[in-house]
Design a protein around this ligand. Structure first.
Ligand SMILES: NC(=O)c1ccc[n+]([C@@H]2O[C@H](COP(=O)([O-])OP(=O)(O)OC[C@H]3O[C@@H](n4cnc5c(N)ncnc54)[C@H](O)[C@@H]3O)[C@@H](O)[C@H]2O)c1
Length: 360
């Protein structure tokens, strides 16, 4: 079988997560080039995964001009997603894009429209949808084991991003609502056909108003409640004030049962260590004393399976599953924008508010 040739844009944190997916699909995919302005980081990523014949490039735009490939994977800072995607789609490539799809709905819409015009696909890397525990939970919900789904409560939180781009609003487009709550929002939308009817949110406001990270332009705490056309409700929360490692918790309540998922601390291992373990879970500040060292974290949080799915879609020229399409990335971003409007005004936002105000 001809391998899908992948150009990876970015060589930092998420590029490493995606790389695990490509390497485990080595019989069907090959990374032909990695582009990062920090070429040393690109070189180290290629070496870490023992890639042979992988070209190292600098700026993403040059790489898109020079590298022949089938699939472009965008693991760049948020503000570059639009430019990279539009350029790649224009060259006839399919695109995998990290969350959030862009820094504004306008930019995300341009990306989705460009995919439509060029006949290519955007695969939106919402890893939660392909996390094995969440997929199993969705199967359980679909078979009716907890009855009709009434309520989702979920959060993603840790103590702050590793990325230098996250503090600057021009680079990242928002705070924890955009960066982290977009995962539970994406899941809530996928479970409820993307049809929200009202959103109400509160955030810490950003900068001096933040709970802890006063040097960060975006908010470091946010909560949003959503209602959906089918009557279901959701409450999502995110913050950068959570020490001890990344928390990804999902609770689902139905008419005949409930279901609880702990994506990050559900390791079968419990370890007590005086010197500490080299690694336990994402963003854990220390592993001294008791910890829960993750078993195959990149698999459990969904990165390996999402890449496997995207490779399969790319090979078949097919759209991704609901929750993982470019349009899902755009609609999740619209929900985030509605939440920001609600928090700024202290009012409930309805879909018609978004349509009306966008038209003005
Ligand atoms: N799904 C997830 O769980 C998850 C986790 C982390 C990050 N992300 C997303 O992944 C994306 C990247 O974040 P990150 O934390 O991996 O990386 P990062 O923000 O730490 O670094 C981005 C990389 O892009 C490179 N870069 C910047 N400008 C460039 C240019 N013009 N050309 C080439 N390279 C350039 C930088 O040198 C850097 O290595 C973001 O959109 C982020 O939201 C998703």
């Amino acid at each position: 079988m001809k391998k899908i040739r992948v150009l990876l844009l970015g060589a930092a944190f998420s590029a490493d997560l995606h790389m695990e997916g490509y390497v485990r699909n080595g019989e069907t995919a090959e990374i032909v080039a990695i582009a990062d302005r920090n070429t040393q980081a690109a070189k180290e990523l290629a070496e870490r995964y023992q890639l042979k014949d992988c070209r190292i490039c600098g700026d993403f735009a040059e790489a898109l001009e020079e590298v022949d490939c089938d699939l472009v994977d965008i693991c760049l800072p948020n503000f570059l997603h639009r430019d990279a995607a539009v350029l790649a789609l224009g060259k006839g490539r399919d695109v995998v894009c990290e969350k959030p799809l862009a820094v504004s709905c306008e930019a995300a819409r341009e990306m989705v429209e460009t995919a439509g015009k060029t006949g290519r696909h955007i695969y939106y890397a919402e890893d939660w949808i392909y996390a094995p525990a969440i997929r199993r939970a969705m199967e359980i919900v679909r078979e009716g084991a907890i009855g009709k789904l009434l309520y989702l409560r979920a959060r993603e939180s840790h103590s702050g991003s590793h990325s230098p781009y996250v503090k600057n609003l021009d680079h990242c487009g928002g705070g924890v609502l955009l960066h982290m709550a977009i995962h539970p929002i994406g899941l809530a939308m996928a479970l409820n056909e993307n049809k929200w009817t009202q959103i109400m949110a509160a955030t810490s406001g950003g900068g001096a108003e933040n709970l802890l990270h006063k040097d960060m332009g975006g908010e470091d705490w946010a909560v949003a409640s959503m209602r959906f056309e089918n009557g279901a409700a959701a409450v999502v929360e995110s913050n950068f004030v959570t020490y001890g490692g990344m928390e990804d918790y999902i609770d689902l309540y139905g008419t005949e049962g409930c279901l609880h998922i702990d994506l990050t601390f559900s390791s079968p291992i419990r370890c007590f260590s005086l010197p500490g373990v080299s690694y336990a879970v994402e963003k854990a500040e220390t592993t001294v004393g008791w910890s829960r060292p993750a078993v195959d974290e990149k698999y459990n949080i969904g990165y390996v399976a999402e890449i496997t799915h995207f490779l399969d879609c790319c090979r078949r020229g097919a759209e991704a599953d609901p929750g993982m399409r470019g349009i899902d990335g755009l609609l999740a971003l619209e929900a985030v924008e509605a939440a920001y409007r609600s928090a700024a005004r202290g009012t409930v936002i309805y879909p018609e508010d978004m349509t009306r105000e966008n038209a003005l």
